[in-house]
Ligand binder design. Structure first.
Ligand SMILES: *[C@@H]1O[C@H](CO)[C@@H](O)[C@H](O)[C@H]1NC(C)=O
Ligand SMILES: *[C@@H]1O[C@H](CO)[C@@H](O)[C@H](O)[C@H]1NC(C)=O
Ligand SMILES: *[C@@H]1O[C@H](CO)[C@@H](O)[C@H](O)[C@H]1NC(C)=O
Length: 389
């Protein structure tokens, strides 16, 4: 109301000037936030799962060796992120929830700022979503997400502008364009989706953890369909959508589909998914673009296993104030997408997606390198299903 009266009192030209200035600002902000593949044809993402940050140097570590106890605090978590950033030089850092352990953070805003400080000072773009512990301090889930989006260099969003009603806080997507100067420079060749998998069930008859709700799945479906439409059209039409990667905190029940014969990594505890199946796995399979899902939550599991065409991956426990296993290194997951060369010799679409983990030891040892996905050869067709009644 107040706004309306103010605008009425301004001349039309004033309004136009103001609108132009605002749109320039919006364009400048968008440009600053634009992700694209580098001139080496690669895009690297560092996943940091479950920092469980508390109050910094006064917050002790959990499950380290007795001899390590007296020298160990949240500072070790900070040092580990710093070392990972310097070793891997990622293009994006993704924090998959339980960024802070709210019960032991006196001031949520302070704890969040300290937890993300290494990402902020690296000047590398970063994105974060919520776990089930982020809201246990002085801020609500909405408050935590609002604080995060105000921090420097983050691409996090509270929720997408085009979703009027959506459950949770921290549902958004990021597009990564092809190499500047190539025919893919205006196309998103790799899509990232971030979702809030909630904290705990609010349905009295359903115990346990939260899940990705229908409103979020509708948004995901719509977004995936829009991205597919844009990708398969001119310039450089495609049959298949661009690959998508999905990040959220709580694993899906489908993470329990594997054993050591068909995953890479370890499973040292049960899969703490919601006690009901939200159907989000099926939604992703149907969408057709998702190649891999990355969660946290179970700190002692760090595997990737493939179910249908989707890789289900844990990040592996990162933080020192998070439960862990003494003598079993804290770790982080790295994902690299690589572009193919077109016939003309410039960079094209995504050719392959690989992953590995690094351990927090003296050498930051890399382990469990594996291919998550690779593009089927040009013109290649999926094998037709044989047999059946
Ligand atoms: C934590 O950091 C201290 C100081 O750098 C170091 O001495 C100690 O070994 C670290 N603890 C662990 C468990 O890595
Ligand atoms: C990409 O967009 C820019 C700016 O609109 C335009 O100048 C350029 O020709 C476009 N390139 C391709 C390959 O579509
Ligand atoms: C993994 O292997 C086990 C048997 O060792 C089998 O029961 C399970 O269905 C397999 N999972 C997948 C996703 O292939």
């Amino acid at each position: 109301m107040v706004m309306g009266r103010k605008i009425q009192s301004l001349s039309l030209s004033h309004v136009l000037v103001a609108m132009l200035a605002f749109s320039h600002l919006a364009v400048a902000l968008a440009a600053q936030k634009h992700l694209r593949f580098g001139p080496n044809g690669k895009f690297k993402i560092l996943q940091v799962a479950d920092m469980h940050f508390g109050d910094g140097k006064v917050t002790p570590c959990l499950n380290v060796l007795p001899t390590q106890m007296h020298t160990c605090s949240d500072v070790n978590t900070t040092v580990f992120i710093d070392r990972m950033i310097r070793a891997e030089k990622p293009d994006l850092i993704v924090f998959t929830g339980d960024n802070i352990f709210g019960f032991d953070a006196t001031d949520a805003a302070k704890s969040l700022s300290a937890a993300f400080a290494p990402a902020i000072s690296s000047n590398i773009p970063w994105a974060a979503i919520l776990g089930n512990h982020d809201q246990e301090s002085t801020l609500s889930r909405e408050g935590v997400m609002k604080h995060i989006v105000g921090l420097k260099n983050t691409l996090s969003q509270v929720n997408p502008a085009d979703a009027h009603v959506i459950d949770g806080f921290g549902n958004y997507n990021l597009e990564i364009s092809g190499v500047k100067g190539s025919s893919y420079q205006n196309k998103s060749v790799l899509n990232l989706y971030f979702l809030d998998s909630g904290d705990y069930s609010t349905v009295p008859s359903i115990p346990g953890y939260g899940w990705v709700k229908p409103s979020q799945q509708f948004w995901f479906q719509r977004t995936s369909a829009n991205l597919r439409r844009a990708y398969v059209s001119q310039p450089v039409p495609h049959k298949e959508p661009a690959p998508g990667l999905v990040y959220f905190h709580i694993p899906l029940p489908e993470f329990a589909s594997f054993d050591s014969s068909n995953f890479t990594g370890v499973k040292q505890e049960g899969i703490s998914s919601a006690s009901v199946n939200s159907g989000f796995f099926t939604t992703m399979v149907e969408a057709g673009d998702v190649k891999a899902v990355f969660t946290g939550h179970d700190h002692l599991n760090d595997f990737c296993g493939q179910l249908t065409d989707i890789q289900l991956c844990y990040g592996g426990g990162f933080g020192y104030h998070a439960y862990g296993k003494a003598g079993w290194s804290r770790r982080a997951r790295v994902v690299v997408a690589s572009l193919e060369k077109t016939e003309k010799g410039d960079w094209g679409a995504v050719k392959s997606i690989k992953t590995w983990k690094r351990l927090d030891n003296h050498l930051l040892t890399a382990i469990d390198g594996q291919a998550l996905w690779s593009k089927s050869p040009a013109g290649g067709r999926r094998k037709k299903q044989v047999g059946g009644a």
